[in-house]
Design a protein around this ligand. Structure first.
Ligand code: PLP
Length: 399
């Protein structure tokens, strides 16, 4: 009998896409749908990015490129790191890939053998656990509920490190919660990590330019530079520059890890397209007015979403300070019903809300927190009040 590899039994599609697909189908049937589901930034990059892409097209070399990425891209990313306060990296530390998801896959592939333990603060971005599953690694979920603002505490971390895990994933700002660890919180976690010399740190920083309230971009390596030798930093043009479909992810890592990633690229993708590389160079190294403007806009939208949830009795909504997500605890709805439909969990809640009000959100269980739902608020500004009002009405109509 023909069989797939055993590991494919552990590979599953992203839970986020399932909701997005359902919303898309309803829209195609003519329903008035407001989507708060997928994490797309919903804006386009500046004109200089398109100009760079057009110029690259006109000068097409017609050949393969570097497995690491062209020097211009490595240098542009180094400039971007320095602008974020991360000095001391060189070209030999940098590698590109097909989006942060691809580079994360490769980083986990390069670090984790079957059975190796990886710590994942929870709520988590779905792919962390899904990739670990495919690789046969053991995810240890460190639960950080709304009571602790969805953030990992130093005590929790210290306890979890006792088993000497192979790696930890740290995502700041966070998808799905939008939470941001401030300088003091990052410093406290970094102090604990310094005492765990056998553990790699994967720092997913792809929302690092979307931080609100003047909080600033704190980083484990900035807090304790000695962590640099075992920290792998992930970034991407997807969110910051409104370029998710262009598929450029970047890594800054110790040279041994960076070289391993180059070797994987040489066996899997060879290189990113020249046009895409040129656009990414322009995004990282060019004018930053579009991401800065969008960050201000998202902060305003975050305030609107928080105000709407504050007006719903029983909902607990920790205040996010980054990315473009809000992650309210809606468990007060469990045990109630809407239009005769019982709501016993987050999936029932999202299905009933989509059916009754045409609003698509992602159930928190997709991220390991079944008491919450994720709202991605990048929809057109004019749609936001309507979508929020529909959620308020939905709650008010529940019995
Ligand atoms: C936390 C986090 N990491 C990585 C990614 C992947 O980003 P990319 O589009 O660069 O693959 C996402 C995308 O949603 C994300 O939210």
């Amino acid at each position: 009998m023909l069989k797939l590899a055993e590991r494919m039994g552990r590979a599953k599609p992203s839970a986020i896409m399932v909701v997005a697909e359902k919303a898309k189908k309803l829209k195609a049937e003519g329903r008035d749908i407001i989507s708060f589901s997928i994490g797309v930034p919903n804006f386009l990059p500046g004109e200089h990015v398109y100009a760079a892409a057009r110029e690259a097209l006109a000068k097409d070399s017609g050949s393969y490129g570097s497995n690491r990425g062209p020097d211009a891209l490595l240098d542009a990313f180094l400039k971007h790191l320095r602008a974020g306060g991360l000095d001391g990296y060189e070209r030999s530390n940098i590698v590109s890939g097909v989006g942060a998801k691809h580079v994360l896959y490769n980083v986990m592939y390069a670090l984790l053998d079957e059975g190796d333990e990886i710590l994942i603060p929870t709520p988590y971005w779905t792919s962390y656990v899904d990739i670990a599953d495919i690789l046969g690694a053991k995810s240890t979920l460190l639960y950080c509920g709304p009571e602790q603002n969805y953030k990992l505490t130093p005590d929790q971390l210290r306890e979890a490190l006792k088993s000497k895990p192979k790696a930890i994933l740290f995502n700041n700002p966070s998808n799905p919660t939008g939470m941001v660890y401030d300088h003091a919180e990052v410093r406290a976690l970094a102090d604990v990590l310094v005492d765990a010399p056998d553990t790699w740190i994967i720092s997913d920083d792809i929302y690092n330019r979307m931080i609100f309230d003047g909080l600033g971009y704190a980083h484990l390596v900035k807090a304790r530079p000695e962590l640099r030798d075992r920290t792998i930093l992930l970034d991407s043009i997807s969110k910051t520059y409104g370029m998710p479909g262009w598929r450029v992810g970047m890594v800054a890592a110790p040279t041994m890890v960076a070289q391993a990633l180059v070797n994987l690229n040489s066996n899997a993708i060879t290189n990113l397209p020249e046009v895409v590389n040129a656009a990414a160079v322009a995004a990282f190294a060019g004018p930053q007015d579009v991401p800065e403007q969008k960050c201000r806009e998202f902060q305003g939208k975050r305030d609107q979403v928080l105000a709407a949830f504050a007006a719903i009795p029983g909902v607990n909504c920790p205040k996010p300070q980054g990315a473009f997500y809000v992650f309210p605890d809606i468990s007060c709805a469990f045990g109630k019903s809407h239009n005769g439909k019982n709501i016993s969990n987050d999936v029932d809640f999202c299905n009933a809300l989509l059916d009754a009000k045409g609003v698509a959100c992602v159930p928190g269980s997709a991220f390991g927190e079944p008491r919450a739902i994720r709202i991605s608020y990048t929809c057109p500004t004019a749609q936001l009040p309507d979508g929020l009002k529909r959620i308020q009405d939905f709650f008010a109509e529940m019995s």
